[in-house]
Every structure is written in structure tokens, then in C-alpha cells.
Design a protein around this ligand. Structure first.
Ligand code: UT7
Length: 337
């Protein structure tokens, strides 16, 4: 019988040695969107909390943004690119269907020793990558890993659909994991889950083998994101709350011990509902979706880096990252910084 793996019992502890992020220059405001689709700054701000988002340039690919974010994370970690052993890129907007975006990143970083591959877990991808790489390090297979969440969602957005085009943006975030010294912080607990019964709630229907884009259907926006927003909202709140509670409990912590919660940046109302249900005060919850919108796998990674660099937590603090996305998928991590 299948037995679910429990939290690591390995003597090896894994820490986050550095974080980085990158946002494209171009800012697209709510007012600009209101000039092209039937929406308003007031609706977008009150229903989502988003004020503006970043849009990558035409020649700026997911791997380019991923590489910029990765360089900053490596610099903070004091790790040379040629010493990186594993690169995982979490994305639903790869440069090409194959090879993996991680291979382009390996090349552009000059990380020639690294094994590199992508994972597809939508907005949950960065924390899936964290759990996978932590396990690969504690198993002894690697001593470090570079994990990246990177998305060019503007390339898979239907700019005529007001129910989705106001939500998404582009960007990348990265973190370096490595074996921790005894006095250093570490990743205490991780959790991830999937419910494949709910694939229909949030997806890109076309462009894969189920529905290739052909000359007949090319104008139908089948290669863009569709979402049943209200349903997704409900599941997001419940699943993120449960996942966060699990990692807090498994770390032997109480909600009041958490200095900073870094949630997926999709909707301020979702974030507020989670803070409320976890009984964590709003001022301990990191929010930057007003500036960037929902950048899927990149969102929590960018927020993690901004929280880190802005001093939202300090050495020895306990932090919780929690995410939710298409699949449906969800994940959480508790870290002693
Ligand atoms: O990252 C993956 C996870 N994704 C999420 O977590 C997203 C979860 N869902 C949400 O964040 C919210 O459901 C949305 C922000 C997507 C939508 O908010 P809502 O409060 O659930 O609105 P709704 O979809 O129920 O729409 C309410 C009304 C509708 O009009 P009627 O039928 O009441 O007349 C929509 O047509 O708002 C209308 N509407 C808009 N109006 C102006 C929908 N989009 C817009 C818009 N501007 N952009």
C-alpha cells in the first residue's frame, strides 16, 4: 500500500542561502486596461487589490527573467554559477515546449555542472520545487539547488476577457537552497497537495495534445487562461489555510510564533481571509500584488525575495510560505530563517 512520506528524518538540514527577483520594466496600470476592456480601476482594486502589473517586452522570455532573478539569488547566497548542482524552474509559460526553460537558464548562467529541469504546478510550482529540492539535498543526491518561479503570463492572457486580463502579470523569483550549518536556520516542514478533479476550474484549454491550436481554431483564444474565479476563490482559502496549519503544527509552532506569512499573490481578499483564519495579524502578512498582480509560480518567489530584502523577517524568525493554483494544487513551507 502507498504510504505518504512523512517530514524528513534526515540529519541533513537545508537552508535558504539567498533570494532574488526580477520584474520587467513596463508597468501596465488599471487605468490603461480600462481604456481597452470594460473595467475600471475601482472594480479591479476593490475586487482584487491590484493597482498595476509588469509586462515583459516582446523579446523578453521566461528564461531571461528567470536568469536575472537567479543571478541575484546566487549573489546573495555567495554561490558561483559553476557550483550550482541542480536547477528547477517552475513555470506554465516555458520559452519552448521542449527543452525545459531550466536548460536555457543553465546555459545563460554558465551553470554547466547543474542538472536542470522544469516542473509544471501552476502557482504552486515554486513551493513544489522547494520541497522536491529539499528532499534531493537531504537524500544526499545534491548539496545545493537553485529554484526559480518564472512566468510570462502576458503571453497566455486573453486581452479581450476582462474577467482574467486584469489579474495577471510577468516576473520571476528565485532562491538558493543548500545544506545548512548547525547554527543556521532551515526549512522545518513542507506540504503539497493536488486535486485533479478540479482541473476544469482554471486552465489553458488549447495548445497541448488534447486540443492543438490549428488554422481552424486559431482565433478562439484557446491558448489563454480561463478561470471560474468564484469557485477557485473558495478552494484557495480552504486549501491554503489547511496547508499553512499543517506546516505550522509539524514545526511545533503556534500561529503567534510566525513573524511573516508570505502567501500566493492572487487576490487581497483571499490573503485577508487566510490571515483571519490562521489568526495571524494582517501586518505580519506580506503583500505586493498591488504592484505586480498574479504572476503564478513567480508570485510567492518574488514576494519572498522582497520580504527578505525589506527586512520583513530576521535571523531566527519563523516564516510560512503558502500557495495555491491550477490543478488544483497547493503547497506550504515553514522556515526558521
Ligand atoms: O492564481 C491562481 C489562483 N487564482 C485565484 O486565486 C483567483 C480567485 N478568484 C478571484 O480572485 C475572484 O473570483 C476574481 C477576482 C477573479 C473575480 O472576483 P469576484 O468577486 O469573484 O467576481 P465575479 O467573477 O463573481 O464577478 C462579479 C461581477 C460580474 O458581473 P455580474 O454578473 O454580477 O453582472 C462580472 O461580470 O463582476 C463582473 N466582472 C467585472 N467587472 C468589471 C468580472 N470581471 C470584471 C472586471 N471589471 N475586470
Amino acid at each position: 500500500m502507498f504510504r505518504r512520506m512523512s517530514e524528513d528524518t534526515s540529519a541533513i538540514q537545508v537552508c535558504i542561502a539567498g533570494t532574488g527577483s526580477y520584474l520587467p520594466e513596463r508597468i501596465l496600470t488599471n487605468a490603461e486596461l480600462a481604456a481597452t476592456v470594460d473595467t475600471s480601476d475601482e472594480w479591479i482594486l476593490s475586487r482584487t487589490g491590484i493597482r498595476e502589473r509588469r509586462i515583459a517586452a516582446a523579446g523578453e522570455f521566461t528564461s531571461h527573467m528567470a536568469t536575472h532573478a537567479a543571478r541575484k539569488a546566487l549573489e546573495q547566497a555567495g554561490l558561483a554559477a559553476e557550483d550550482v548542482e541542480l536547477i528547477i524552474v517552475a513555470t506554465i509559460t516555458p520559452d519552448t515546449p521542449t527543452p525545459a526553460t531550466a536548460c536555457y537558464v543553465q546555459q545563460s548562467l554558465g551553470a554547466s555542472r547543474a542538472v536542470a529541469f522544469d516542473i509544471s504546478a501552476a502557482c504552486s510550482g515554486f513551493l513544489y520545487a522547494m520541497k522536491i529540492s529539499k528532499r534531493l539535498i537531504t537524500s544526499g543526491a545534491f548539496t545545493n539547488a537553485l529554484i526559480i518561479g518564472a512566468e510570462k503570463l502576458s503571453a497566455v492572457t486573453n486581452w479581450e476577457d476582462r474577467s482574467t486580463c486584469v489579474l495577471f502579470g510577468d516576473g520571476a523569483g528565485a532562491a538558493v537552497l543548500r545544506i545548512a550549518a548547525p547554527e543556521e536556520g532551515s526549512i522545518l516542514a513542507t506540504e503539497m497537495g493536488t486535486d485533479g478533479n478540479l482541473t476544469h476550474l482554471l486552465n489553458i484549454p488549447g495548445g497541448g495534445t488534447a486540443c492543438p491550436i490549428t488554422s481552424e481554431n486559431v482565433g478562439q483564444h484557446l491558448g489563454t487562461l480561463t478561470m471560474m474565479g468564484k469557485e477557485v476563490f473558495k478552494h484557495a482559502v480552504n486549501r491554503m489555510k489547511e496547508a499553512a496549519e499543517k506546516v505550522i503544527e509539524r514545526s511545533g509552532l503556534q500561529p503567534e510564533d510566525i513573524a511573516c506569512v508570505i502567501p500566493h499573490q492572487a487576490n487581497l481578499r483571499i490573503i485577508d481571509a487566510i490571515a483571519d483564519r490562521l489568526a495571524v495579524p494582517n501586518e505580519r502578512v506580506f503583500v505586493n500584488l498591488d504592484k505586480y498582480g498574479n504572476t503564478s509560480a513567480a508570485a510567492v518567489a518574488i514576494a519572498f525575495d522582497e520580504a527578505n530584502r525589506s527586512g520583513a523577517f530576521k535571523r531566527g524568525d519563523h516564516i510560512v510560505l503558502v500557495v495555491f493554483g491550477a490543478g488544483l494544487t497547493w503547497a506550504a513551507a515553514a522556515i526558521r530563517w
